[in-house]
Write a protein that binds this ligand. Structure first.
Ligand code: GMT
Length: 378
């Protein structure tokens, strides 16, 4: 019988798909009896209840006047070494090659223990940092020195070999969501509260409003859709593009049709009042928000970019359009929103895909098996 493991997890703990996946994975591994030690700069935001077998170790970085920059990476490596030794960890599972894999390698050396290192690539570490020549060698080192490396889509694996060319096998392990939380909920009263009329369709977009998310394309597509049907756009999240987006909404005279919600926690409720999600990014290794929406029976239109087509299957559980092709995006959205039969078919198929290809139990078992295989190697 497989034994219970002691696992250290490091991620960026604030809002973001990689932090969400790392935290949900930790919670689900704890439910399977493993002992989990989160090592990060602040408590992961989804760690919102007490588990007897989940522990949190805060990385504290002191600012000294001699340093121009606070030495976070060194502080993290030291904390990892301390936790490896004190808690007798079997392995560290870090999310992001830079800096986390490199900190794990250093932390392991400092501890003098034979702890194993598993690194998961989430995207930005490769698709953005991979273009920064000052970091490519560091990313390559982090990948090659990890005992196992996974990536959240096949597209991300291909891109990693293209940009970084590591001499290391990278294993695809898709993202997942907690199906107990992401279900369609009976919250129609919310529509009334948001002053959304019965005959209005609701389109949703959720992101961190960085340039790569192309929120302007979402607004422009919505403007075209709203020329033909009564509709509202829910914009959820916040980030660097927010003020440009709010100006664009004013320019297009959409102020009364676009609802800015800022950062939100109860996304299942917002998906539950939505008819369609738009994810029109120019870079996206997976697109966790699409999976969340699909679990709540919301079909998605996504761009033909990165891992999005591995989540949204064109014509099966949603539609794929070319990046920036506003005309086609609006036309496809109108087809879905005006054809009830098509909408129902896509909604059911979206849910089905989540339950078959991305089921949490299945994905968590893949990680668990990977840990056992690694630890059973001599
Ligand atoms: O998309 C972001 O800007 C956040 C980033 C993160 O670090 O959380 O998301 C990346 O990881 C997510 C979880 O694996 C993926 O679902 C996102 O597609 C990926 N983002 C990009 O590739 C741009």
């Amino acid at each position: 019988m497989n034994r219970k493991l002691k696992i250290g997890i490091t991620c960026y703990p604030t809002v973001g798909g990689s932090g969400v996946i790392a935290t949900e994975l930790g919670k689900m591994l704890a439910e399977r009896g493993h002992e989990i030690h989160f090592i990060s700069s602040s408590i992961p935001f989804r760690l919102n209840k007490i588990y007897h077998n989940i522990f949190y170790h805060q990385v504290e970085v002191n600012q000294y006047s001699v340093f121009q920059y606070a030495p976070y990476d060194i502080a993290l490596a030291s904390k990892m070494a301390e936790v490896i030794k004190r808690e007798n960890l079997d392995l560290l599972h870090v999310h992001y090659a830079v800096p986390h894999a490199i900190c794990a390698i250093l932390g392991k050396q400092m501890s003098g223990r034979d702890v194993k290192i598993v690194t998961t690539l989430h995207g930005t570490d490769i698709t953005v940092l991979g273009y920064d020549s000052s970091l490519t060698d560091a990313i390559k080192f982090g990948i090659e020195q990890s005992d196992r490396v996974t990536a959240v889509s096949n597209a991300l694996i291909a891109q990693t070999y293209d940009l970084i060319n590591p001499q290391k096998k990278i294993i695809p392990v898709y993202n997942f969501i907690d199906e107990r939380e992401y279900v369609k909920k009976d919250v129609d009263y919310l529509k009334e509260e948001f002053q959304i009329a019965e005959d209005e369709k609701v389109i949703i977009h959720v992101s961190n409003f960085r340039g790569v998310k192309r929120v302007d394309d979402v607004v422009r597509s919505f403007a075209k859709i709203a020329e033909h049907i009564k509709a509202k756009l829910l914009l959820v999240g916040d980030g660097p593009q927010m003020s440009d987006i709010s100006k664009l909404v004013d320019q297009l005279s959409l102020k009364h049709q676009v609802i800015f919600l800022g950062k939100q926690d109860n996304l299942a409720e917002l998906y539950s009042i939505s008819d369609l999600m738009l994810l029109l990014s120019e870079k996206e290794s997976f697109g966790l928000v699409a999976l969340e929406a699909m679990a709540c029976n919301v079909p998605c239109i996504g761009t033909n970019v990165g891992g999005i087509p591995e989540v949204i299957q064109d014509g099966v559980n949603g539609y794929i359009c070319e990046l920036g092709d506003i005309e086609s995006i609006a036309a496809v959205a109108l087809d879905i929103l005006q054809d009830e039969k098509l909408h129902t078919k896509l909604s059911l198929q979206a849910k089905e895909s989540v339950l078959t290809s991305f089921h949490a139990d299945k994905i968590v078992s893949q990680y668990e098996q990977l840990y056992f295989d690694l630890l059973s190697e001599a």
